[in-house]
Design a protein around this ligand. Structure first.
Ligand code: FAD
Length: 658
């Protein structure tokens, strides 16, 4: 083995699955010196996750790549529930929308994980520039040792985490497949042993070793996470496994089943349950409960599980309809269980994300989404701390915000997967059976969580309280002496929730825009000023005074400034001359590019104001975090309202001289 070289890096990411790649994308966009290593030779080419939730599509769109997924993916618009009738035959019991309408401008869509990873990798590469170093995924590399120098974890300039990396041979880095002619996901499944221990034990390899000193290390290394295990006992995940085993086939089906191009949840009387997911390129994913391999003792006879066995079971469930295929793309099997870690970070220097810190069953299409949600949450915080723009205390909010989501996910999956795997109750007196109406209701009620749009982060330095009861902080005194509740100033904009999209018109050229498109993921905080009716002189004066105050206080010399300002007003559009009437902050000037015309929007009919819960006369201020979540809502007229904004920013942003 060659001797260890040594280097330094700001962030070392272990694992280039969806979580690792989303994190790499943020750090590439923000220009942070980063290395990403993965023990496999290449990204996955088929199978694994495929469900893309609305919020994840919004996030991809904020990076300018939502259209790629949206265009290629299958849009899953309907869901059908099939249950046994009195004679034990499956019948369509209910058909309805798969995603509750109007939650988002997107709907749940399906595209396989390998394609999603390709889109992310291409975008990471394309983010490299003179200012931003290229981040390449380093394949066939795995860590073998990690130590934290606790004496310097509070020193921001220190590199307290030392990691030894081993470069693997191609043979070591290539996963073993069960069948020689077909890709499977068994090597990643919880029914198979992970190979990390075996690779670590192999000290006779020819692979080179190197030492890396990192400011931060992020474990994105999946369910068998080596990083998590290295952090010690207290990082073990807690939870339980059931004896329910499910098989998965990705096939182009040949069938007379009428709903094959809809999402279906099917419960048979005798043979178990099944889910159908219509996919891109005529593929269909069939999830099948494998009752015969469940021993009831937690031990599974894995040798029985083959594509033919899964197909045979699916046929029984779907009978009297037929099911066959000529083309199969991928297959796997897994055991249902739910586990979550207690701690998501050590000293805010090593972080755990994605499957490395929460695992559950895949049928509700959550894992890839929540995993990317973790690193979407962490990435900008880490990036802006590395760039010394954000106070390091903000890193505390990663565990606070994402552990809560992971726990909600585990609770939801626990309920949903047990109802799904349960035998359908014959009637109300059949207490051992699962109620199918309860199952449907659980699915409907969980829509806000499943789609990701219902997430609400709890109060912290990043997310202000919205509904304080009583006390001075609850109200702002307007210039007219009128008392305004802060929560009321934008009643439907709750701190901790994502800033939803509404259509507004560009002041400059009347083009309708989804407002969310003007809040891209570029690492900037956004102050969205709802200006109210600025055709009124006093209202215009207030908005312009606020513009001057924002410019003087928060528009730094950084290019671009860490704070960006947008104005949405409710005045008749033709009553406003953007350049003449409005403060410079609403149309910044660049010597080469001229004025920026994309900062001012008209909502003259007031419908966006209504959706945001903002009074179209009075307006409001909504401060949005770089990840599109609302940090603070405050009143427009009152100077107290601006002071709240000042206090909020002071707690987060570092003075430019420090
Ligand atoms: P992973 O995707 O597991 O990525 C971890 C990466 O780390 C891998 O590239 C691995 O090679 C690498 N790695 C592991 N150990 C090491 C090491 N020691 N050193 C270096 N690298 C290492 N989720 C959804 O959202 N929607 C779905 O529809 C969906 N369907 C699913 C269907 C199936 C059949 C399965 C099995 C899962 C499904 N999931 C779904 C779950 C989803 O696949 C995972 O939750 C998601 O992949 C987790 O992402 P991750 O980046 O955290 O981990």
């Amino acid at each position: 083995m060659e001797s260890a070289a040594e280097s330094k890096v700001d962030v070392l990411i272990v694992g280039a699955g969806p979580a690792g790649l989303m994190l790499s994308l943020w750090l590439a966009k923000l220009g942070v010196k980063t290395r990403v290593v993965d023990k496999r030779t290449g990204k996955i080419v088929s199978g694994q996750a495929d469900g893309f939730q609305c919020r994840t599509l919004e996030i991809f769109d904020s990076f300018g790549i939502g259209h790629k997924v949206w265009h290629e993916a299958n849009h899953m618009l309907e869901v059908s529930f099939w249950n046994p009738d009195q004679d034990g035959k499956i019948r369509r019991h209910h058909r309805g929308p798969n995603t509750q309408p109007n939650l988002s401008r997107f709907t749940e869509s399906v595209l396989h994980q390998g394609r999603v990873e390709s889109i992310l990798i291409d975008t990471i590469r394309a983010s490299a520039s003179d200012k931003h170093p290229l981040i390449e995924i380093e394949r066939s590399v795995m860590p073998t040792a990690l130590t934290i120098d606790e004496s310097c974890v509070d020193d921001e300039d220190a590199y307290p985490v030392e990691v030894t990396l081993r470069h693997l041979t191609e043979e070591e880095a290539t996963p073993t497949q069960r069948l020689s002619n077909l890709q499977d996901g068994l090597y990643r499944s919880n029914l198979a042993e992970d190979d990390t221990e075996r690779l670590l034990a192999n000290t006779n390899g020819v692979g080179r070793e190197e030492k890396v000193r990192a400011k931060y290390v992020v474990g994105c290394d999946g369910a068998h996470s080596w990083v998590r295990k290295t952090l010690g006992e207290e990082y073990q995940m807690k939870g339980e496994s059931t004896d329910a085993i499910w098989g998965v086939l990705d096939i182009i089906p040949i069938t007379d089943f009428p709903d094959i191009r809809s999402r279906c949840m099917i419960h048979s009387a005798e043979y178990g349950a099944m889910m159908i997911i219509p996919r891109e390129n005529k593929l269909v994913r069939v999830y099948t409960q494998l009752k015969k391999v469940s021993t009831g003792t937690g031990r599974v006879d894995r040798s029985q599980i083959t594509p033919d066995f899964i197909l045979e079971t699916a046929r029984k469930i779907l009978s009297p309809y037929t099911l066959d295929y000529h083309y199969i793309d991928w297959w796997t099997a897994y055991q249902i269980g739910q586990r979550v870690g207690d701690r998501f970070s050590k000293h805010n220097r090593v972080f755990l994300t994605g499957d490395a810190v929460h695992t559950h069953s895949p049928k509700a299409g959550q894992g890839m989404n929540v995993s990317m949600g973790d690193t979407y949450n962490l990435g900008w915080k880490l990036g802006l701390v590395c760039k010394k723009l954000l106070r390091p205390q903000v890193l505390d909010t990663y565990e606070l915000e994402r552990k809560q989501i992971a726990q909600q996910l585990i609770a939801f999956d626990h309920k949903f997967s047990r109802l799904f795997s349960g035998r359908p109750a014959k009637d109300a007196s059949d207490e051992a059976g699962s109620s199918m109406s309860e199952f449907q209701q659980a699915f409907r009620e969980a829509q806000l969580f499943i789609t990701g749009v219902g997430i609400r982060y709890q109060p912290s330095i990043l997310t202000s309280e919205s509904d304080l009861k009583g006390g001075l902080q609850d109200t702002e005194t307007a210039s007219q002496g009128q008392v305004i509740s802060v929560a009321e100033s934008a009643a439907h904009c709750q701190p901790g929730r994502r800033f939803a999209s509404q259509i507004v018109l560009s002041q400059a050229d009347a083009r309708p825009w989804e407002l969310q498109l003007h809040l891209p993921s570029d690492g900037r905080f956004r102050v969205v000023v709802f200006g109210g009716d600025i055709s009124q002189a006093t209202q215009l004066a207030t908005v312009n005074k606020l513009g001057g105050w924002l410019q003087a206080n928060w528009m730094t010399d950084e290019d671009p400034s860490i704070v960006d300002v947008l104005l949405v007003h409710s005045a008749p559009r033709d009553k406003i001359e953007m350049l003449q009437d409005l403060h410079d902050v609403f149309h910044p000037f660049d010597k080469k590019l001229g004025w920026d015309y994309d900062k001012v929007f008209a909502d003259s009919q007031g419908s966006a104001h209504e959706h945001y819960g903002v009074d179209p006369e009075r307006g409001a201020i909504v401060a949005v975090r770089p990840d599109g979540y609302i940090g603070l809502v405050t009143a427009l007229q009152a100077e107290d309202g601006w002071r709240r904004l000042q206090v909020w920013f002071d707690g987060l942003l570092r003075p430019s001289s420090s």
